[in-house]
Design a protein. Structure first.
Length: 132
């Protein structure tokens, strides 16, 4: 949750304040639990990839470079999930204005008028026959 708090605009002291971090986690409950579970799952996946890629890339030139390239995918996926989390729940976290996160633009209003009919395109006339 401190990574989420660090991605929000504001002073760095908010990241160090445990009341803010725990408050965010309590406010988001189940959605934060899903994100935390995904991030927790990323740790053994990263360890497994590290264990597999060592022997696998030992025969390649620059084995550490290949191993680091493969190991980069898990943290990128984790930070992508955190970014999507902040984008989705930004109104709850204080990121942006609450009006930016409203979904029903028209509210209870219904569209006026009728949907125009879809007409089939007109076929061009067949070409004139030519004599051979």
């Amino acid at each position: 949750m401190s990574l989420v708090a660090a991605s929000l605009p504001g002073p760095i002291s908010r990241v160090l304040n445990p009341l803010v971090i725990v408050g965010y986690a309590i406010r988001l409950r189940g959605d934060y639990a899903i994100l935390a579970g995904f991030c927790l799952l990323c740790s053994p996946v990263e360890s497994l990839l590290n264990a597999i890629s060592g022997p696998l890339f030992s025969r390649f030139p620059f084995p550490a470079l290949w191993r680091d390239f493969v190991l980069l995918f898990v943290p990128v996926a984790m930070f992508r999930a955190i970014g999507l989390f902040v984008r989705t729940f930004g109104d709850v976290l204080g990121y942006g204005m609450a009006s930016d996160y409203l979904d029903p633009v028209l509210g209870a209003a219904l569209p006026r008028g009728k949907v125009p009919e879809i007409r089939a395109p007109q076929k061009p006339p067949p070409p004139d026959a030519i004599e051979i």
